[in-house]
Design a protein around this ligand. Structure first.
Ligand code: PAF
Length: 284
């Protein structure tokens, strides 16, 4: 596996692969890799060459969030990626991604959706994500990009960004990888204490319970959301929100033309902010 840090290096490699008729897929990450990332990399690998990028993006963290303590271990990450058969690790520095620094940045923003759900609690977060992913796509120029479904809102926003900006890249949706007890794998799970780790799977259990009620025909969405949030609070979580939305575009759930909904939640457990979601209804 090659490790490169600059635009010139990554683009030259991508040009060679594409010149040889090979498809190139990017998996953007912030490192602190685990099995869920490897699943995304394997999915990407089914299509040809795989680039995994590792960049802890400062612009998606607000002051006071966990940018400084976000786990960083490039050597361990590189070992995992080698084992998973990844072709290239792109690990740019801040100056490679944001050559003019962080002030007066050229920003990419998907309005509306970025202010909803997680965006209502982290108002600058998604503009940071779209601003960095647009750059990562332009730095690497891949044929396809994989985003995991655990960050459901992020996936919908990034899909919209690529469509709105006519970025010629195929967006591939990656699965949610869970621990045996249902907890969605996340780099932030390592912030949980042992006791919190035992409580954490209840988040997924509660979303499944809510989804099962929708599948059974209940349509009082605000009531379902409130009930799930109350139960999470009783279990020791501090929920930011539980929300039922149309699965396709995160619109209001009252009318879902596809008959599919997604139940999403973000909840604090100690110092970890956990997110999860369950899709339900036709075809899920
Ligand atoms: O999902 C993540 O890890 C990040 O938000 C992403 C997409 C790599 C952008 O920094």
């Amino acid at each position: 596996m090659r490790i490169v840090t600059t635009k010139a290096e990554v683009r030259a490699q991508v040009r060679r692969w594409r010149g040889a008729g090979e498809k190139v897929t990017l998996v953007p990450t912030m490192g602190a890799l685990h099995k869920a990332h490897m699943d995304l990399a394997r999915l990407a690998g089914a299509g040809g060459r795989v680039i995994v990028s590792i960049f802890v993006n400062p612009t998606q963290f607000a002051p006071g969030e966990d940018f400084e303590r976000y786990p960083r271990n490039l050597d361990a990450d590189a070992d995992l990626l080698r084992e998973a058969g990844v072709d290239l690790l792109f690990a740019p520095g801040q100056e490679d991604v944001y050559p003019r620094g962080l002030d007066d940045l050229t920003r990419v923003e998907v309005p509306g959706l970025s202010a909803d759900l997680c965006g209502a609690h982290r108002p600058t977060h998604f503009a940071g994500v779209t601003s960095v992913v647009a750059r990562l796509l332009l730095l690497t120029l891949p044929d396809a990009v994989v985003f995991g479904r655990k960050d459901y809102q992020q996936l919908v926003i990034l899909r919209r960004m690529t469509e709105d900006l006519h970025i010629p890249v195929e967006v591939i949706e990656g699965p949610i990888t869970r621990e045996k007890d249902g907890l969605a794998m996340s780099s932030r799970n390592r912030y949980l204490t042992e006791a919190e780790r035992r409580t954490a799977p209840l988040l997924h259990a509660e979303l499944r319970r809510c989804a099962a009620r929708i599948e059974a025909g209940e349509r009082d969405f605000p009531g379902l959301e409130e009930d799930a949030a109350d139960r999470l609070a009783e279990a020791g979580f501090a929920p930011d929100y539980v929300a039922v939305r149309r699965a396709g575009d995160l619109g209001p759930p009252a009318v879902s033309p596809t008959g599919e909904w997604v139940v999403l939640a973000a909840a604090w457990l100690g110092s970890a902010r956990l997110i999860d979601n369950v899709v339900c209804g036709a075809g899920s």
